[in-house]
Design a protein around this ligand. Structure first.
Ligand code: PMV
Length: 312
């Protein structure tokens, strides 16, 4: 095949970020509002990367693209890809905002290479490559980003155990808003690890509570009770704030959402910037919330129906 293409969407963690690193369950889903397209083909002179982030020879890619260069190294070795190649990455996922852009770029590239090599890209095979690259780029990832993004359905995820598909079928809408400020997942994860060393009893208890809230949220979703899901989101946000993962930009949008009839609101992903999510009882309220959050300073907003038939 002369050209390979691969696509991956972003992801949203509904409940369980950070506590998932400590073995607690989390709920996440692939987020169709944003995505990354990768295209790969042979090149004449040297291997080349074309992206909004960096364009130039692969050998000069910045260290911030380590997840991509490490992944390519694994893929080249495995498939004995003849270099040089030309790789184009087009993304509508804002980087470092808790939407899993680094896992998505890895999934899109892996799918593109599989397509180019004419091998079926099963989720298991894709994850094999993506997890190796994520481990190098992120230190100690729980694996939730790669697992969610390489699949097509919402999942309940537990580190070391795996995932199960999960029907996110609820009469409610989720509004996602980007603070416009870069999140700091790696730093936040590291700082929590330090807190865990200093105050193991207290922090493990908080992690277990976050895990319980995920369990309650799961029940609320199964029983189609948006108000209870909203309460779980609010309680999770209070704990995430205590753990130092929120910041004033997130707090401001979260408070604004709650003052404007959101059923619940919290950060999503690594935090300290990045995105927040708010639960709205119907689409009209969700769209109102989008406007209000934009007026309150959000860089961008999206809306997603949580019912199987409610996707917008
Ligand atoms: O910020 P993101 O999209 O990389 O999400 C990170 C989720 C965490 O639970 C904070 C970290 C992890 O590895 O699970």
């Amino acid at each position: 095949k002369s050209i390979g293409t691969g696509y991956a969407s972003g992801k949203i963690i509904l409940m369980g970020e950070h506590s998932v690193v400590y073995g607690e369950p989390a709920i996440a889903f692939p987020f169709s509002g944003t995505g990354i397209q990768a295209t790969i083909r042979a090149n004449k002179l040297e291997s080349w990367i074309e992206s909004s982030f960096f364009h130039g020879p692969l050998s000069e890619a910045p260290t911030t693209m380590r997840n991509v260069t490490v992944l390519l190294w694994y893929l080249v070795k495995h498939f004995k890809i003849p270099e040089p190649f030309y790789l184009k990455i087009e993304s509508s996922i804002p980087a470092e905002r808790g939407m899993g852009s680094s896992a998505a770029v890895a999934v899109a590239i892996t799918r593109a290479v599989f397509d180019w090599m004419e091998e079926p890209a099963t989720q298991e095979k894709v994850l094999h490559f993506v997890n190796q690259a994520e481990a190098v780029a992120h230190g100690n990832p729980s694996g939730i980003d790669a697992t969610t993004i390489s699949g097509t359905e919402p999942i309940l995820y537990q580190k070391g155990i795996g995932f199960q598909p999960f029907q996110l079928n609820m009469d409610a809408f989720l509004v996602v808003a980007d603070t416009g400020v870069k999140g700091q997942t790696r730093k936040a994860v590291k700082d929590i690890a330090k807190l865990m060393e200093l105050r193991p009893y207290e922090i493990s208890k908080q992690m277990r509570t976050l895990g319980k809230l995920t369990g309650q949220a799961q029940q609320a979703i199964l029983q189609n009770r948006p108000q209870i899901l909203g309460d779980c989101m609010n309680q999770a946000q209070s704990l995430l704030r205590l753990l130092g993962t929120s910041n004033r930009h997130l707090d401001h949008l979260i408070e604004t959402a709650l003052e404007n009839q959101a059923l619940g609101a919290k950060l999503t992903g690594g935090g300290r910037g990045g995105c927040m999510i708010a639960l709205a009882e119907n689409e009209t309220r969700g769209r109102q919330l989008q406007r209000i959050l934009l007026d309150a300073g959000a860089r961008n907003t999206w809306i997603e129906g949580l019912g199987v038939y409610a996707h917008v």
